[in-house]
Design a protein around this ligand. Structure first.
Ligand code: IPE
Ligand code: IPE
Ligand code: MG
Length: 232
């Protein structure tokens, strides 16, 4: 595969943990645990492939509507993951970042997130972005409010607004993968996905593997991105 055709920013909507567990007669939280183990594995492969930005949709602003036990379980998995993985990520040159609203996240988890970000902030091999309590609409609204507060003069430009996004320095996703068969964005990277390529697979996230990743990357390499212009 030619290096040039790799996405600079790969994004994945981690979907299907619940269905994976159900198929095995396991509680949904076991699916989420398996999903996070898989995430660790795929992040390493993404790093190895030489991709510079990797973002994953781990918890949406709408996921608070799930049963309290599932939400609490997910928060614990995030805690566990950060505590367990941050040293390793740093040793691999990975910068861990979180993207989303800070409200509603338990205080101790917020502190862990901040610690993970600070601890890895100088790493430059890969920016690994976990979208947690993220919603595309929330991000746009938050940016609009910040822009108004800044006293910006009208007419504002796209660039003016972008400055107030959660991670303004992260380039738009080139390729967005969604696992588990659903053909929708579910409020992920709304603004940023304007010209993203999409790849959908029926595989549940915990079953996603190296072969699947390479299939998606191969497929992306064959796409013709025109951005409204004409074929080169
Ligand atoms: C994705 O798996 C993980 C989160 C949304 C937190 P799901 O929990 O949505 O799994 P399904 O869609 O019910 O199978
Ligand atoms: C999208 O998955 C959100 C995450 C993967 C974090 P959902 O399972 O929440 O999406 P819907 O409800 O099927 O649209
Ligand atoms: Mg789902």
């Amino acid at each position: 595969m030619s290096e040039k055709k790799l996405p600079n920013h790969l994004a994945i909507i981690l979907d299907g943990n619940g269905r994976w567990a159900k198929k095995r007669n396991l509680p949904r939280l076991m699916g989420h645990r398996a999903g996070f183990r898989k995430l660790d594995n795929i992040a390493r492969l993404v790093l190895k492939r030489g991709i510079r930005y990797f973002s994953v949709y781990a918890f949406s602003t709408e996921n608070w509507n799930r049963p309290e036990m599932e939400v609490a379980g997910l928060m614990s998995i995030f805690r566990f993951y950060i505590r367990k993985k941050v040293y390793e990520l740093k040793s691999l040159g990975v910068r861990l970042r979180f993207c989303g609203r800070k409200d509603r996240i338990p205080e101790d988890l917020l502190k862990l997130m901040q610690w993970g970000e600070d601890f890895t902030k100088d790493e430059k091999n890969l920016d690994f972005v976990i979208c947690l309590n993220y919603g595309g609409r929330a991000e746009i609204i938050d940016a609009v409010n910040e822009l108004i507060k800044s006293g910006a003069k009208t007419p504002v430009t796209e660039e003016d607004l972008r400055k107030y996004f959660y991670l303004p320095d992260v380039p738009d996703p080139d390729l967005i993968i969604r696992t588990s068969g659903e053909l929708r964005l579910s409020n992920f990277w709304l603004w940023e996905s304007a010209y993203s390529e999409f790849y959908f697979t029926d595989i549940h996230w915990p079953d996603f593997d190296e072969a699947e990743l390479d299939k998606a990357l191969e497929n992306y390499a064959g796409r013709d991105r025109r951005y409204g212009g004409l074929k080169k």
